[in-house]
Design a protein around this ligand. Structure first.
Ligand SMILES: [Fe+2]
Ligand SMILES: [Fe+2]
Length: 199
């Protein structure tokens, strides 16, 4: 968590920095009618077993990696396209918080990921909580649109496009590492004929 808090310190706007750090340190749901079991951010996996970062601390690794990559991509784009303006504060805040509601969805238990079924996905849910915590609309948009063009709220800003693609990249890289390492998972994805012959 220290790694994430250090990245949050890069947010120059004092109010946004404070709100982002407060949310990271105290990720409770503002509306107390909603009660779900939760993991500590540090312990939570980022997804179910056949998905990405499905291990304790996976959410932390994924978030850390996504923030670092978002910063690099944004800096490179700004070098090549000086006319585009990227709000680094908005991007860093959104990248740090984009998956935070997964702490109420995924839990590590005896070597497996347990999943709580919720009617809202974690992106929409995070957007609702960001509204409750009075975050800027631009940050809420980046988080709400991180599923990309086919999601419920397509990205409309450069910051939102960056987060979506960096998030996908990081998830796919980890899923691929897993896939290459995990014989069981590889068999799961083999065509039917190959599955039979590999038995
Ligand atoms: Fe996500
Ligand atoms: Fe993510």
């Amino acid at each position: 968590m220290k790694r994430l808090l250090k990245l949050a310190e890069k947010i120059k706007n004092k109010e946004l920095r404070k709100k982002t750090i407060e949310f990271l340190k105290n990720p409770e749901i503002t509306n107390k009618k909603f009660k779900y079991p939760s993991s500590k951010f540090e312990d939570a996996p980022a997804g179910p077993m056949d998905f990405h970062h499905a291990y304790p601390g996976g959410l932390l690794d994924h978030t850390y990696s996504v923030v670092l990559s978002c910063i690099s991509v944004a800096e490179n784009l700004q070098k090549v396209y000086p006319d585009i303006k990227i709000n680094m504060d908005h991007l860093i805040s959104a990248a740090l918080l984009h998956d935070i509601m997964k702490i109420f969805i995924f839990r590590w238990n005896n070597g497996v990921v347990l999943q709580t079924d919720t009617l809202m996905d974690h992106g929409i849910w995070a957007a609702a909580e960001l509204y409750a915590r009075d975050f800027p609309e631009e940050v809420i948009h980046i988080v709400a649109s991180h599923f990309g063009p086919s999601g419920p709220n397509p990205p409309q800003t450069t910051e939102a496009i960056i987060l979506h693609f960096v998030d996908q990249l990081d998830a796919m890289v980890d899923a691929n590492i897993n896939f290459m390492k995990n014989e069981k998972l590889r068999v799961l994805f083999l065509p039917e004929e190959e599955k039979k012959s590999s038995k």
